[in-house]
Design a protein around this ligand. Structure first.
Ligand SMILES: NC(=O)c1ccc[n+]([C@@H]2O[C@H](COP(=O)([O-])OP(=O)(O)OC[C@H]3O[C@@H](n4cnc5c(N)ncnc54)[C@H](O)[C@@H]3O)[C@@H](O)[C@H]2O)c1
Length: 384
């Protein structure tokens, strides 16, 4: 029976996917797998029995990735599982801005208790008349899990969409509507867009990428949406662009003491991934990935080890799963075992590598462990 510990509340929909061979426990000291959301794990000691940690969500800065790699603990996340939730809120953000909904809502509230509210509404509503998004141009910066969905949904709503992503993946390109225009440089996107939505990760290379130079290239009165990360925005430049009217409205899921006080900003309290469905999707994906690793040795969506999969273990075979240093001597030692191999895969990521060997019949785990015990080797398991 494998023991899965939960840190944070993990969606019951996800936990229900654990099959009979698993039990959910509270004590991480005894766990073979840990499911976590945002709890900080940097100060935790990990037991020798811990095989994997799965983060139900995307960000993994609460997990000590390097230490886990050194200890042979595979860390998974669930990229894309909350993409639809973010997409829907981005579309809502465009509509909030286009139709002056926050201002209209706030005004309507002030009418409570006045005489003949219906008449007052009809008299005063003109001040909130907005525009439709149909026929407007949306620029999408970053065409990953979320950006592709936003681009496709906006096109379905009648917008013209221009996308930019210098590292567009084959999967994203496949999922993107083929009528969406892709440009190779932001200078070809900025001047054409009425709305711009950014969907790139926060990294050194994207820090403050929306700055004075970027705003200068945009249309006057552009509406800018940021549901990615606050670090992407140069707040000084944003403040100036809002004050001058270059940016008509800024809709963001992130704020701080400063941005919340800017004029013409619609601030949402980091609600992008906060939907019941997103939590279920993240937990389900985390559970599936941890079970696939424990039972088959397959690694899908790990952040500290390479993707490496041979599908389910075939009947009549055993699978040797070896986490090792990324050194030719390690691979030589594995092939030198002389096992009756029917399939094999080896992948590396930085200093680490992972090898799966499908072997006809049984493999004596203790025997193999004894032979692969040098400093090149971090973890050796046999599953069947
Ligand atoms: N608001 C929320 O609650 C919430 C929830 C989930 C994700 N997010 C954020 O949304 C962002 C996107 O998430 P995702 O799941 O789509 O990620 P993803 O990894 O699937 O996609 C990111 C895309 O950005 C592209 N990219 C990287 N650098 C770029 C650059 N300089 N210019 C243009 N494109 C670039 C990558 O090639 C990739 O295709 C992340 O910052 C994530 O943190 C926010």
């Amino acid at each position: 029976m494998y023991k899965i510990a939960t840190l944070n509340k993990i969606s019951p929909v996800g936990l229900a996917r654990l099959t009979d061979g698993y039990t959910v426990i509270d004590n991480t000291d005894e766990a073979n797998g840990i499911l976590v959301r945002s709890q900080a794990m940097h100060d935790m000691e990990f037991s020798k029995d811990l095989l994997a940690i799965a983060r139900a969500g995307a960000g993994v800065n609460n997990i000590p990735l390097d230490r886990c790699a050194q200890e042979g603990i595979v860390v998974f996340n669930t990229p894309g599982a909350n993409a639809n939730a973010v997409k829907e809120l981005v579309i809502a953000g465009m509509l909030l801005a286009a139709r002056n909904i926050p201002e209209g809502l706030a005004w309507a509230k002030t009418l409570a208790g006045t005489e003949n509210v219906g008449k007052a509404v009809e008299k005063g509503k003109g001040q909130f008349a907005g525009t439709e998004i149909k026929g407007k141009t949306l620029g999408v910066i970053g065409l990953g899990a979320i950006g592709v969905m936003v681009a496709n949904a906006a096109e379905d709503l009648g917008m013209d969409v221009i996308g930019y992503d210098p590292f567009l993946s084959v999967k994203a390109a496949h999922n993107l509507s083929n009528t969406i225009q892709i440009v190779d440089a932001l200078k070809d996107l900025y001047p054409k867009c009425d709305y711009i939505s950014i969907h790139v990760p926060a990294m050194d290379s994207t820090n403050k990428m929306i700055n004075a130079d970027a705003f200068a290239q945009m249309k006057d009165g552009v509406i800018f949406l940021n549901f990615s990360r606050d670090k992407l925005m140069d707040d000084d430049a944003l403040e100036a662009a809002l004050a001058s009217g270059k940016v008509k409205k800024y809709i963001t899921d992130f704020t701080d003491d400063r941005v919340i006080n800017f004029e013409n900003v619609i601030v949402l309290p980091h609600l992008g991934a906060s939907s019941a469905e997103a939590e279920d999707n993240c937990a389900s994906m985390a559970v599936d990935q941890i079970m696939d690793y424990i039972e088959n040795g397959n690694i899908v969506n790990s952040v500290n080890f390479p993707a490496c999969s041979l599908g389910p273990v075939a009947a009549g075979t055993s699978r040797l799963c070896v986490i090792h240093k990324n050194a030719p001597s390690a691979l030589e030692a594995i092939t030198g075992l002389g096992l009756s191999t029917s399939n094999m895969i080896n992948k590396s990521k930085g200093d680490y590598a992972y090898t799966l060997v499908e072997v006809t019949g049984d493999v004596a785990e203790d025997d193999v462990k004894g032979k692969l015990s040098g400093e090149d080797f971090i973890s050796v398991r046999v599953v069947k």
